[in-house]
Design a protein around this ligand. Structure first.
Ligand code: NAP
Length: 741
């Protein structure tokens, strides 16, 4: 069936009908936009304001020649209008409506036609205003708003796409839903809030001193009750039309309010804060989702480009954000502890916030983060609740691998989801040993996310020899080990970061590491503590290299975590000839911390010792930039693991450095770089935060400008990278790219 849109007839020329007519006329969706209303004054206003091309005073005449009929009358009037137009309806005419409820519109059509015509496509624009009437018509009302179509299984597909096309022409986003789901979702998200606003204003208005109350009502009251100015007749109709769904939402809300009331009666701060922090974070989560900036959204929706020009030198003192690995672990272990844990120096990045959100979803009350401070109300080893849906972990491999272990020991099922990059990273390396412990865990066909974990499994401790050096796998097994019967033993070939071991000890867990073998008995209780998280050496690494390769630089990076299982970058850079010293050395919660002082000094190519690979694994992108700036050849061998990070980092670095004129040879998992002069280039970030930042540092010594595309992933570990880099003297700026989603 094909449709030539000649005439669109809008019945009911009020706010919605008038706005649709105006938008369709402006976009020339049809040859003629015709308006009909029971009130002829409205038709005249529509003509006077050029909202419609033609006005009709005879429904029959207008219906006979219409290609599309839009019912924009109150839902209660639907049946009467359909009855009036039925005798004149042509076979090819497509009918749609705009009613706020859908079950009753379908019932009306059923009553009039006996069965639902295949050309009847119900719809609902999720846009409106407290105003009504044609004089308020606004042709931008639907732009960037959603319109839900609720076609039936028997509906004609081309009729559905014609109506979808009509709404898209107004700038709306068109979705489809089934009728029951529509009425359920709208009862919760639109009908209940309107009723609460009406009820609150009505309740306060009945108070004796209501004039006084309203006089002092602040912005919050005004914002919350704005919708109480909506059309009473329309809302009366909506309440009757969607009675069951609205009643069930009112009951839900009443139960929630009763819980809050009880908490206030008892002075139960934890429950109150629980409600408020969960609501606050859920609200922020929704806002971010809607604006496309959350970790739950693909980052390319809000893409930025970095531009870097050669730096004069890096000077002064800077601070980089808190350690990412420790931030994740502190939230996880704090949540499992008994009592309240206070964190400072927490990294507020997309990745660590994904972990915070996951624990909030499992019922843990977490206040903050606010300027790096977080307060976690621990629930004990067995106090987590089943989350309401899958846990979305964005780009964070640490969250997914560690949580796989932690959740294997719970009494509920969970599913872990990630973004596209995380979904392609190997999860079997943690799933496989967890199964040996008795966990029931499955991964996708390619061994990645979604990861599904069944609850109620009895875990028993294993003695496990790690085939791959991975701190995440080790940590996942230790967290599962807290729930396993017996003593968990993990034998590691190469040293990997040991923050989990140190942090568990901070929370009172007895655990030993002897000759690379970690042993931990189960059945231990974790006790809340206070932790000061040092600056992340992986973020400091970019500035360590930048200062080392830019002549005249003299830079101090304050209070960096220099745990020997992480400080391989310092050893490698020193072997290359860098001038690095550590000052103000101290220990925070068992973690060594120091100011890292770097001065420029010419670098030489080296063979990077194999034993330093696992303790500098995340820093290789920027170490390879140092190699590009050094005299001679640098060899880095046996780093196949780099292919499984947020991107294939061997490929990403090779391609980028080649574009900048550097000689890079890759043989299997070995890389050989001959230092030289870097030239300007346009570089792909491979959607990888560390690749992006590494090339920003390469840009500081390039002859021409370096442009790095798709840089928003930097927020996964170092949201203020550009600002900190500018402070240190790097000539970098970012620009928003116009990328459509
Ligand atoms: P409105 O401004 O009051 O417009 C409704 C128009 O329909 C009025 O001009 C009304 O005339 C006319 N009308 C009533 N019964 C009629 C009949 N039997 N035959 C012909 N015309 C008739 O209302 P609206 O806000 O546009 O709402 C219209 C529809 O849109 C409703 O179904 C509502 O559920 C839906 N909707 C509204 C919003 C919103 O925020 N307003 C949002 C989404 C969907 P009178 O003035 O003589 O009554």
């Amino acid at each position: 069936m094909s449709f030539m849109v000649n005439r669109v007839l809008i019945i009911g020329l009020g706010l919605i009908g008038g706005s649709l007519a105006k938008a369709l006329k402006k976009k020339q969706f049809a040859n003629v936009i015709v308006g009909y209303d029971r009130n002829s004054d409205d038709v005249q206003t529509g003509l006077d304001l050029s909202i419609i091309d033609e006005g009709s005073h005879h429904l029959a005449d207008a219906v006979k020649v219409a290609d599309i009929i839009v019912l924009a009358v109150p839902v209660k009037a639907t049946e009467a209008v359909l009855f009036d137009l039925k005798p004149y309806l042509q076979a090819h005419t497509v009918i749609t409506d705009v009613g706020s409820t859908k079950s009753n519109v379908i019932a009306a059509a059923q009553n009039v036609f006996g069965s639902i015509p295949c050309n009847f496509i119900p719809g609902h624009p999720i846009a409106g205003s407290e105003k009504s009437g044609v004089a308020s018509a606004d042709d931008t009302l639907f732009a960037k708003h959603k319109v839900i179509l609720t076609p039936l299984p028997e509906s004609d597909k081309s009729a559905t796409s014609l109506i979808a096309r009509m709404w898209q022409c107004t700038g709306a986003e068109v979705l489809q839903m089934d009728i029951e789901r529509h009425d359920e979702v709208l009862a919760a998200t639109s009908h209940l809030p309107h009723l609460l606003a009406f009820s609150l204003v009505d309740t306060l208005a009945k108070e004796q001193d209501s004039t006084e109350i309203f006089r002092y009502a602040a912005g919050g009251f005004r914002d919350f009750t704005r919708i109480a100015a909506s059309d009473p007749t329309m809302w009366h109709d909506v309440c009757l039309a969607n009675r069951q769904q609205i009643l069930s939402q009112i009951d839900n809300f009443t139960d929630g309010l009763a819980v809050l009331r009880e908490a206030i009666v008892k002075g139960d701060s934890q429950s109150m804060l629980g409600v408020f922090t969960r609501a606050k974070s859920a609200r922020e989560h929704f806002s971010k989702m809607l604006s496309g900036t959350a970790y739950s959204q693909p980052h390319h929706n809000s893409q930025v480009t970095f531009f870097v020009r050669s730096a004069a030198s890096l000077q002064g003192r800077i601070r980089v954000p808190g350690d990412k690995s420790m931030s994740h672990r502190a939230v996880m272990i704090g949540a499992l502890a008994e009592g309240v844990t206070h964190l400072s120096g927490f990294l507020e990045s997309e990745d660590s916030l994904a972990t915070v959100q996951a624990f909030r979803d499992m019922g843990v009350v977490i206040e903050g983060p606010h300027q790096g401070r977080v307060k976690i109300y621990g629930v004990g080893l067995h106090g987590l609740y089943q989350p309401p849906g899958p846990l979305y972990l964005g780009n964070s491999g640490t969250s997914m691998r560690l949580l796989s272990g932690l959740l294997a020991g719970q009494s509920f099922d969970t599913e872990l989801l990630g973004d596209e990059s995380l979904s392609n990273r190997p999860m079997e390396r943690v799933a496989e040993p967890l199964r040996k412990m008795g966990a029931s865990i499955s991964t996708s066909k390619n061994g990645g996310a979604p990861v599904s974990i069944k609850g109620h499994q009895k875990l028993f401790a294993i003695d496990y020899e790690m085939p791959v050096a991975s701190a995440q796998v080790k940590s996942g097994l230790l967290l599962a080990g807290l729930y396993a019967k017996g003593e968990t033993r993990i034998r590691q070939g190469a040293i990997t970061r040991d923050h989990t071991e140190r942090m568990l000890k901070n929370f009172g867990v007895e655990l030993s590491t002897v000759n690379g073998v970690i042993s931990m008995a189960s059945g231990q209780t974790l006790k809340a503590t206070n932790l000061d998280i040092p600056a992340d050496i992986s973020s400091a690494a970019f500035f360590i290299v930048a200062a080392a390769i830019n002549p005249g630089s003299d830079l101090v990076i304050e209070q960096v975590g220099v745990n020997p299982s992480r400080s391989g970058i310092l050893d490698i850079m020193k072997l290359m000839g860098a001038d690095i010293s550590l000052n103000n050395s101290t220990t925070h919660n068992g973690e060594p911390v120091a100011d890292v002082h770097v001065r420029y000094s010419p670098l030489n190519g080296i063979v990077i010792p194999e034993k330093l690979v696992s303790v500098a694994i995340d820093e290789f992108p920027v170490i390879l930039v140092a190699a590009a700036a050094a005299n001679g050849v640098t060899c880095l061998t046996g780093v196949g693991e780099l292919r499984y990070k947020e991107s294939d980092r061997i490929e990403a670095m090779q391609q980028g450095l080649l574009r900048m004129g550097i000689d890079v040879v890759v043989k299997g998992d070995d890389i050989f770089i001959t230092g030289g002069e870097l030239r300007g280039a346009s570089i792909s970030s491979y959607d990888d935060h560390r690749i992006t930042m590494a090339f920003a540092i390469a840009g500081t010594i390039a002859k021409e400008e370096v442009m790095i595309e798709a840089c928003s992933h930097v927020a996964t570990s170092f949201p203020e990278f550009v600002e900190v880099a500018q402070k240190a003297g790097i000539r970098i700026h970012k620009e928003k790219a116009n990328v459509s989603s």
